[in-house]
Design a protein around this ligand. Structure first.
Ligand code: 6R9
Length: 692
């Protein structure tokens, strides 16, 4: 086709310097691509022509500059934002090598700004005051609302004034436990406006998880709502916060104020427990505050937020992001990865409780002046056509979601999709886990009518923004590949010794340099930050993911290489689930592994050893699952409990998870060498109990 030729042609005429960037070598070899024709999906000429980055050539030009002159590249972009005072001489500072001293990353230090100002005031002043900032779609199809940029600014100012009034100051933490109401981004922005750090806890976490986070960051105020409806279920969020506050008080952290929004559509005001002196109804106080509020100007390196995420060991880690670099990075990645234009209507299905909701529901889009759709409810309520109903209702042009949702809607059948027009769609996006080629094709062919490029964005809570993503107008796509690194990101694949490998290969995905959106530390534990991310391969940021690079230089993420499992795009540490299980009085030991799951990507498979003399029963199985739900949240409940009278261990006592993974996935002919086990018989015993 002419399309194809155009791409190959443009690749063949790349500037010669491009060849020096190893992972892009293959792209300039038009023939390599031609031989893979069947796997390549090209953007249409019309799409490419209007795109910010219309060709691989243009990408290369920009990418090269971003690597050769990061200071120049990023300060040019940063100049589009409002800075009360410009950053100092040095645009950035980085040390990623533990052998050369403390790990330190700084961008735009000395620059004075405010991200809320840049999201709202700056856009209102530029004439976008009447543009819709947020469309809100309720769980029930008849319920909706919206706020323009001016209205959003006023709401944010009212809350910011209240927070200041009760003594929340720059640098203080605010814990937020809210569902997808407009009050959630309002709260985040209000905190940012006054220089307070928000710590949003996904409203699916249990009271104990909320308490753990409160104890770690000691907020003066917790912001929640009485209840939310997801599908036909009502979840009483305030009750969960009440329990969390009792729990955290036991650990010596007393929260003074619990500001509670009344979500009338889920639950009437009178039906929630109330503690005089501590609890405040949002609607009683916030509307009384002035609708303007002076901005707290902060340094680019002042903290913006904390977000807890799971690691392979121990307690969740408080990932800390700062202001200036995060602002520039989320805005820029959003603009290029989705080819954002002012006429777009954008919907990301992520909850603000996760990093995707921070960077790509709230900050990245609003910084660009985008009209954002947020949805309160479940994606298949009242039926599996709901997403496409919402797409048609708001004329959504960019739709960003997770593979787990794609797979589940794919199972429900094409007819739910075809019932709606979806004519407005022009770009699709995927995040959270690798998207398998068959789900990719369904998303592309059925949802996008073979018309919309898919941006499969690889990134992490820690990275703040996209690290690898197709640029929809530039790249021919390969279903399931996140393609190439974003501007300014030197992604490399290293072997187990930490040596970079070139060309076609597989290994550990690392980043060689800093980028503006990188996290700066783990809250209160810089040592753990260095140990987890920078010590495994010295000189590099280690992502924890495995990656394969194919003959054309495309990157294929292969999943976590550590003990983190990815269930429906939610990161869960096996250690956290194990620790919940062993807190059950009848559970002596637990080993948790991930197994392939048709819809969720990975499922949680738990091997449990019981206390001597305790018989395994259905009732016990249920109570083990319940304890995990209670301690972490329903989304972390094991899919399968496997009773294990003994676990396969080395002579030094280390559990051989490799063997457990094989047993869990029934790959019994791939158990490998079991002779190093302290007691090889336990393996047969486990296999015999597999169906019990
Ligand atoms: C943004 C987010 C991070 C982990 C990451 C990786 C997996 C995310 C992916 C992907 C393949 C993609 N992951 N996006 N794997 N392709 N497009 O999900 O952050 O919750 O911190 O999870 O998710 O394994 O390491 P987070």
């Amino acid at each position: 086709t002419t399309n194809h030729l155009r791409h190959v042609e443009s690749m063949a005429t790349m500037p010669s310097g491009a060849g020096k960037i190893p992972h892009l070598n293959a792209i300039i070899l038009g023939e390599a691509l031609a031989s893979e024709e069947n796997d390549l999906i090209f953007p249409s000429d019309d799409f490419s022509r209007q795109a910010h980055v219309p060709s691989p050539q243009k990408y290369l030009e920009m990418y090269k500059r971003s690597i050769e002159d990061p200071a120049g590249f990023w300060s040019d972009i940063a100049s589009d934002f409002f800075w009360k005072q410009k950053w100092g001489q040095q645009v950035y500072f980085e040390n990623l090598d533990v052998n050369k001293g403390d790990i330190r990353i700084e961008w735009f230090k000395g620059g004075i700004t405010n991200i809320c100002y840049n999201c709202l005031d700056r856009n209102v002043e530029a004439g976008l005051g009447d543009r819709i900032a947020l469309y809100w779609e309720g769980n029930e199809p008849c319920l909706d609302g919206s706020l323009t940029y001016s209205q959003l600014l006023q709401k944010v100012c009212q809350l910011a004034n209240y927070l200041k009034d009760i003594g929340v100051k720059k640098g203080d933490a605010v814990v937020v436990y809210l569902p997808m109401l407009m009050e959630l981004p309002i709260t985040m922005l209000a905190c940012a406006r006054i220089g307070a750090l928000h710590s949003v806890v996904f409203a699916g976490f249990s009271a104990e998880s909320v308490a753990q986070r409160i104890v770690d960051c000691k907020p003066k105020v917790v912001i929640t709502c009485n209840a939310v409806k997801r599908g036909s279920k009502v979840i009483h969020l305030k009750d969960i916060v009440d329990a969390a506050l009792i729990e955290s008080a036991r650990s010596g952290v007393c929260v003074e104020v619990c500001l509670t929004y009344i979500n009338e559509s889920a639950l009437k005001r009178g039906s929630t427990k109330w503690e005089e002196g501590r609890d405040i109804w949002w609607q009683d106080v916030i509307p009384k505050y002035p609708t303007t509020c002076a901005v707290e100007w902060v340094d680019a390196e002042d903290p913006l937020f904390l977000l807890y995420t799971s690691g392979s060991t121990g307690k969740p880690k408080g990932v800390l992001h700062t202001t200036g670099g995060y602002m520039v990075y989320t805005a820029t990645t959003f603009k290029y990865a989705f080819d954002y234009k002012p006429s777009d209507i954008y919907w990301c299905t992520a909850d603000c409780g996760w990093i995707t909701g921070h960077s790509y529901v709230t900050y990245g889009p609003l910084l660009n002046g985008t009209t954002v759709v947020i949805y309160e409810g479940a994606p298949n309520y009242p039926d599996p056509g709901r997403c496409w109903d919402i797409v048609d209702k708001y004329k959504v042009t960019i739709f960003y979601t997770a593979p787990t949702l794609v797979r589940s809607l794919m199972r429900d059948g094409d007819e739910y999709v075809k019932r709606y027009l979806r004519k407005s769609l022009r770009v699709l996006g995927s995040v959270g886990e690798p998207i398998n080629p068959s789900a990719w094709r369904w998303f592309y062919n059925v949802v996008g009518d073979s018309r919309c490029p898919i941006s499969d964005t690889w990134w992490q809570t820690e990275t703040g923004g996209f690290m690898m993503t197709p640029l929809p107008g530039a790249w021919p796509q390969k279903p399931g590949s996140a393609t190439f690194p974003f501007f300014g990101v030197q992604a490399v694949i290293v072997d187990e010794k930490g040596v970079e490998i070139e060309g076609e290969c597989s290994g550990y995905l690392c980043i060689k340099n800093s980028w503006p959106g990188a996290f700066r530390t783990l809250y209160g534990d810089h040592e753990r930050y260095e140990t987890t991310y920078f010590k495994p391969f010295s000189g590099y940021y280690f992502s924890g993911d495995g990656c394969r690079r194919d003959e054309d230089g495309y990157h294929w993420l292969t999943g976590r290489v550590d003990d983190v499992i990815n269930v429906s795009g939610h990161r869960i540490g096996t250690a956290e689930v194990e620790s919940a299980l062993v807190s059950h009085p009848q559970c002596a030991e637990a080993a948790v592994v991930g197994v392939e799951h048709e819809v969720k990507g990975q499922g949680i498979y738990a091997f449990v050893t019981l206390v001597e003399g305790v018989p395994y029963s259905e009732e016990l199985r249920k109570s083990l699952i319940l304890i995990v739900r209670k301690q972490i949240g329903a989304f972390a409940a094991p899919d399968r409990i496997h009773w294990a009278p003994g676990l396969p261990k080395t002579r030094s006592g280390k559990i051989m998870r490799r063997i457990l993974r094989k047993i869990a996935s029934k790959q019994l002919d791939e158990l490998g060498d079991t002779s190093t086990l302290a007691d090889p018989n336990v393996v047969d015993q486990l296999i015999a109990l597999a169906d019990k």
